[in-house]
Design a protein around this ligand. Structure first.
Ligand SMILES: Cc1cc2nc3c(=O)[nH]c(=O)nc-3n(C[C@H](O)[C@H](O)[C@H](O)COP(=O)(O)OP(=O)(O)OC[C@H]3O[C@@H](n4cnc5c(N)ncnc54)[C@H](O)[C@@H]3O)c2cc1C
Ligand code: SF4
Length: 619
């Protein structure tokens, strides 16, 4: 029997809750304990047709303490039989308490967010250190629930962590069965860029993989690339042609978000025109990410499949000047704005105007578009994220003598992927963490170096402003004839669209459906989120496609093609400890001067072996 969630007179209906559960959303509720300290409360669900089971545990804190705090105003009522014995509370049926329940939106959790807002009205955004700790408890609960009930359609951690909701265990099972083409098509139901994401995805799925608690997370991204590379060689795609519904949608920007939105709309019968300012399609994937991480041909192949589904891409068509948003609104039934976030930020220190000081992303764009670029012998890149590392590694490959990378963050707090940091150092790039920059020094109008100070400590406030304590007397000079800024980007061209702006020049949207303040105009990807990731942009493209369809009178259900049967699971009696299988990589000496792809992809033996490590958490 289904048990209700109650909060005083406000109630959630079964339909509302199951809608969220069906999307497999997971969230962390947070409350303030009597000591004023925030406590995370993970919410994990297991359910079958008759009953919903909630898990809500408070890390490092007995539930009684929370319930005794002054802030109690919310509870979840569950079946007392499912409370694991390890939870000590005098309340046998009430297991979450708290006032001002706040939802840390760790990933996209729009349904859960709406649910929490309905009962509590407040939520907080992203980035809680409590989330990870809580996740572990939630997972343990899942196992206990399954032991108790002997069943349970439960949240699948890897799939749930993927913003696009890709069926990870499904495609791993297909790879294990030798059905790479089906695996590719299964991924492609949710994400039209498997080969791209198999190389550059931020792989949130791996950070949540249950196998990670046993030995090492499954190499999910590498397996995705394996399925894509094997099947793209045979032109494996699965797009039945769809009859036109007579309506058209204009999309501004042919980055991953615009292309994804266009792909799903074309599959619903819409005429789709994408207007792209540059001479190539793909957005940052085409002209930001260097070839040694993502070869152009890989991207082009997946864009070709999107075009084959019916999407028309108009290159060198910048919207905002000669053709305006209003023109597109008149021409199309709806418009999706996906222009990305490409205006490089600067620090505003003296000397930024000197010759030899550039924006990192502009440099990458020029290199990728084969424009003339000048590179000196002493290069300093300011920034510690993935963009900074791409700039540094490209500069090295273009013949810079020495490349230094300096950033505000400590080594542990650097935003770049650890793998990328390691590879850059192997190639000879010198990293200077915990630095702040006083001014850029020059001679005869040309940069000669950067004056830096060592940082003792640094934290960011709620407005994301840094508060820096420097080491007194630590001034020193980093010599440079070329300086690149790679400290982040923000959207640049939204003024021309007259849409309501959010933080940092982003377009404000309703997260539920990507709708802007203007009728029939939707927006998503980096222009709405601020600089994020390819998979987040893809997820927004999907959300927008469903919302546009609904807005134009459709059901809002995307056409993802025919079902792909997934093999029956093998019974796992015992987990044998085995770290992930390695993927080949070019040696530093062989790769540091060339743009060849440095990771070689799994061979069949390693892909098969790796797929067998999956614990099949979906069964
Ligand atoms: C150097 C670099 C490396 C990155 N590496 C990774 C990575 O490894 N993994 C990862 O997941 N993410 C990475 N990212 C982030 C990722 O690329 C972005 O989050 C993603 O591309 C955003 O997609 P989007 O479609 O919203 O925007 P974009 O990819 O920026 O595409 C927007 C498109 O709109 C076009 N456009 C802009 N204005 C107009 C206009 N007025 N009219 C017409 N067209 C217009 C642009 O030319 C562009 O093609 C990286 C970003 C950078 C800068
Ligand atoms: S073990 Fe397999 S199914 Fe379980 S979380 Fe990891 S990849 Fe997903």
């Amino acid at each position: 029997m289904f048990r209700k969630i109650r909060r005083s007179e406000k109630e959630l209906t079964t339909a509302e809750i199951t809608a969220v559960l069906d999307k497999g959303e997971y969230g962390v509720l947070s409350t303030v304990g009597s000591d004023g300290y925030p406590y995370g409360v993970p919410v994990h669900y297991a359910y079958d047709n008759n009953c919903i089971y909630f898990h809500c545990a408070v890390v490092g804190h007995k539930l009684d303490n929370i319930s005794n705090s002054n802030n109690v105003s919310f509870c979840v009522v569950v079946d007392e039989r499912i409370i694991p014995s390890s939870f000590t509370t005098r309340y046998k049926s009430v297991i979450i308490f708290g006032k001002a329940i706040e939802l840390f939106e760790d990933e996209k959790r729009s349904g859960l967010l709406a649910l929490v807002k309905k009962i509590s009205g407040k939520y907080m955004e992203a980035g809680s250190k409590y989330i990870d700790a809580n996740w572990k408890g939630a997972r343990q609960f899942k196992i206990e629930i399954e032991q108790m009930t002997g069943k349970g359609r439960t949240i699948i951690p890897c799939k749930n962590a993927c913003p696009a909701g890709v069926n990870v265990p499904g495609y791993i099972a297909l790879i294990k069965a030798g059905r790479e083409k089906d695996a590719y098509n299964l991924i492609r139901k949710e994400n039209p860029f498997p080969a791209v994401c198999g190389r550059v995805c931020v792989h949130l799925c791996e950070s949540k993989c249950v196998r990670g608690e046993v030995d090492q997370a499954i190499a999910i991204r590498h397996l995705k690339r394996y399925a894509a590379d094997r099947s793209l060689a045979e032109a494996a795609y699965d797009d039945a042609s769809v009859r036109s519904n007579g309506k058209t949608v204009g999309i501004i920007g042919a980055g991953p978000s615009g292309l994804t939105c266009g792909y799903y709309l074309a599959r619903l019968g819409y005429g789709v025109d994408i207007y792209e300012a540059q001479s190539v399609a793909g957005g940052i994937l085409a002209y930001g990410i260097p070839d040694f991480r993502l070869p152009k041909e890989v991207l082009k192949r997946e864009i070709r499949l999107i075009e084959r589904a019916g999407v028309k891409i108009h290159l060198n068509a910048k919207i905002g000047k000669d053709i305006t948003l209003n023109n597109l609104k008149q021409k199309h039934d709806a418009v999706y704005v996906a222009v990305g976030s490409q205006f490089s930020k600067r620090l505003g220190i003296p000397g930024e105007e000197l010759a030899g000081v550039y924006n990192g992303l502009d440099f990458l764009r020029d290199v990728n578009l084969k424009k003339n670029t000048v590179i000196g012998k002493d290069v300093v890149v300011i920034g510690g994220g993935n963009v900074a590392f791409d700039v540094a590694r490209v500069a090295l490959r273009l013949g810079a003598g020495k490349v230094h990378l300096a950033c505000l963050e400590s080594r542990e707090a650097m935003l770049a992927n650890p793998e990328e940091i390691k590879e850059a150092e192997e190639e000879g790039i010198v990293i200077h963490p915990s630095q702040t920059f006083k001014r850029i020094i020059g001679k005869n109008g040309k940069v000669t170096g950067i004056e830096c100070l060592d940082v003792e400590s640094c934290h960011f406030d709620e407005e994301k402003r840094p508060h820096i304590k420097v080491c007194e007397g630590s001034e020193h000079l980093l010599p440079a004839d070329t300086v690149f800024f790679a400290i982040g980007q923000r959207p640049e061209s939204i003024d021309a669209f007259e849409l309501t702006a959010g933080r940092d020049n982003t377009i404000q949207i309703d997260r539920e459906n990507c709708l802007t303040n203007q009728e029939c105009v939707f927006a998503g990807g980096d222009v709405a989120r601020g600089s994020d990731s390819a998979i987040a942009a893809i997820a927004d493209g999907k959300t927008a496609a469903a919302a546009i369809d609904k807005y134009l009178g459709g059901s809002g259900v995307l056409n993802k093609g025919a079902d792909i049967p997934i093999p029956e699971p093998e019974k796992i009696d015992q987990i044998v400890l085995q770290s992930r299988f390695p993927m080949g990589c070019l040696e530093p000496e062989a790769r540091k001067d060339v743009f060849d792809e440095i990771h070689m992809g799994f061979d069949e033996a390693n892909a098969m072996s790796e797929s067998k490590r999956c614990l099949e958490c979906d069964r």
